[in-house]
Design a protein around this ligand. Sequence first.
Ligand SMILES: [Mn+2]
Length: 363
Amino acid sequence: MTDDVSDKLAATFLSLLQGREGERHAVVLQDFPDPDAISCGYAYQLIAEERGIETDLIYGGRISHQENIAMINLLHIGLTKWGKEPIPADLYQGSIFVDNQGTTSNLVDRLEAVGVPVLAVVDHHALQDRLTPLFQDIRPVGACASIFADYIDRGGLDLKTSKPEHRRLATALMHGIISETGSMITALPLDFNSAAQLHPFLDHELLVEILHQQRSHRVMEVIRLALENRVVREGFCLSGVGYLRSSDRDAIPQAADFLLTEATTHTAIVYGIVTHSHEGESIHGSLRTTEVALGPDSFLKEALGRMENGIFYGGGKSNAGGFEIPLGFLSGQDDTELSQLKWKAFDEKIRRKFFLKIGVDEA
Ligand SMILES: [Mn+2]
């Protein structure tokens, strides 16, 4: 992307905030916010604050990764979780979607129901057509945080090392970029540029503290199960880990990351049934790949298909993807025998779908 195009995108984005003093915006993160999304939300918060706009960083799911909890606490980033309660009609004058396009947030329908206009969508996933925003900036960069760092650099904020919140923002964005690009391995030129721009404002000690959170015992257990249950065919590693609590959901991508380190594996897919306290049960899965040609977005869409309402069960970006399959009528905790039967059926079905897609003739 040329400098001119980047300048124009940043200018258009910033002009959108003009004349909105006194407004309150909903910054919508995906249901399970990751460091990339959280740092983008925080960037928008400070950019908007400078222009007299209040914001809430909102999400409809859960934050479960120990590193993400540490990030929020150490960097004093405030997130608002909306549960089942309705969103008041006059609360927000606009919404911004960062690091997602509305397909991975359960808040979209509720925001639409109370008529909150979608001001902007800033994302780096494959283009989806769920929302019709006033402004859209979707670029295939390594981290969405790099786009916000670029906005900041092109007039969004005048960063100062003397301001603690600016140092925290730079640290958050750097963490977003590092974690989203697998320590810069999948980074593209904009990611490197943005990291260089942020570098003078970083709080290195804080960054080290965020990165060095240890895994909980339960996450270790899920990784052990993933290792035990894995089936490797043609470089694909599939593993079902059974039932997990929603607070442990983030163990699934962590297990997929781990399985990807095996020499014979280029693509790891880990899934399990996540039990939510009120919302029933659903299968959550994560895909990680080092295979450049795979294309997780189309791979998952083709392998798993869509729901009755037309929405795909899964999607992704260049090296990672995820899927969620609601269990609907089959949701709910049953006796051990029925639970095991249910898991076996779903495990088998998912495995067959992926084997069929890969072209492996056995289940
Ligand atoms: Mn992202």
